[in-house]
Design a protein around this ligand. Sequence first.
Ligand code: NAD
Length: 427
Amino acid sequence: MSQKTASVNGEVEQPPETPLETARHQLEQAATHVDVDPNVVERLTYPMAVHEVRVPLERDDGTVEMFEGYRAQHDSVRGPFKGGLRYHPDVNREEVMGLAMWMTWKCAVVDLPFGGAKGGVNVDPKDLSEDETERLTRRLTNELRNVIGPQTDIPAPDMGTDAQTMSWIMDTYSVQEAETTSAVVTGKPTAVGGSEGREEAPGRSVAIIGREVLEYYDYPISGSTVAVQGFGSVGANAARLLDEWGATVVAVSDVNGAAYDPTGLDTRSIPSHEQEPEAVTEYAEETISNEALLELDVDLLVPAAIGNVITEENASDIQADLIVEGANGPTTFVADSILDERGVEVVPDILANAGGVTVSYFEWVQDINHRTWSLDRVNKELESVMIEAWDAVRHEVETRDVTWRDAAYVVALSRIAAAHESRGLWP
Ligand code: NAD
């Protein structure tokens, strides 16, 4: 079988703790499989820049509070920086550096002409009124004014930010430029240059990869059983599409637990997180816990809620034959190794949920060209990008005898390294 990700000399290493450690580990791991100049690996170990700003916010009561904001820009050898902007109390310098590196791999695996970035503000968005969120966003945009731009670095929504946040960024930037600059951010409302299909895209790409992996391992989609953890933007869209394409979705969940029906759920009748937050179990005839969902004996398991849910503790109890990662980082480092030893195939997040950044790219292309694509065109183009990426990763799995995760990193690193070697280092 494939090489063990977390095993060194037969001993399982401690899992990397931060996104930066994970991202660096994955780079080192990929570099062992690719004939790449070590100087390029050295360059990719560090972000090109981490911008740190202090954002003053006038609270509704008139007092002023200072917040820390960041924008990490990892690598732009293949094109402008691209990545989310999050408002969350855990945001810090190391986290955005690691997540920016992940974005570099994600963009490269689906062959988008972007490099990775990530940013955010260390703030709990639930503590802000809407007016405060708008003021914080506009001031942050001003502080990052010289480092973002449609040809340099293009933010997108992430945890705690949404289409409205992007609209405020676009407006603030455009006012300062004295021209409407839609392409400075993606994930905007369609009224101001957002793309059709953007919201559904990460779930759609997860479903496409789910369909492909089932077919690859000879599980006909009609008749295959699927469990999906998380019924939000990613999970609900993935579950509904797989259901529509003939799979039997036996369980879906939210933070409160899972709806379960071994004969198959009607996924359209269950409200998604957006339609009615945390209501999955309210309509269910039979419920099980999230822990039990992860251990169901299904053909395909899609963890699409949060990170680190498949761990050293439960990896030996996972009964699914195939896993497609919908969430970012749902499988820990050690769990990955246990699953590999047990022959459970895990298709990684950087491939499976890359539909989000792919349709962000389509949005950017539409904005730059002042054209609007139909939903049908967006979905067709997404399908073709995902299938090309799937084929490239599958090729590495078959020729190098590595895991799907390693294969995805090999595809990404090979493309990035080729661009670095071609452009060279100046001076
Ligand atoms: P969301 O907020 O729309 O939905 C999250 C769902 O997970 C909800 O149903 C919620 O109840 C459930 N949930 C939360 N905590 C849980 C827990 N402890 N156990 C079980 N369920 C829990 O979020 P989303 O946008 O669908 O994102 C889900 C994951 O996918 C995250 O890891 C996110 O980073 C990743 N992701 C999202 C996008 C995107 O554009 N939305 C793109 C790529 C990756």
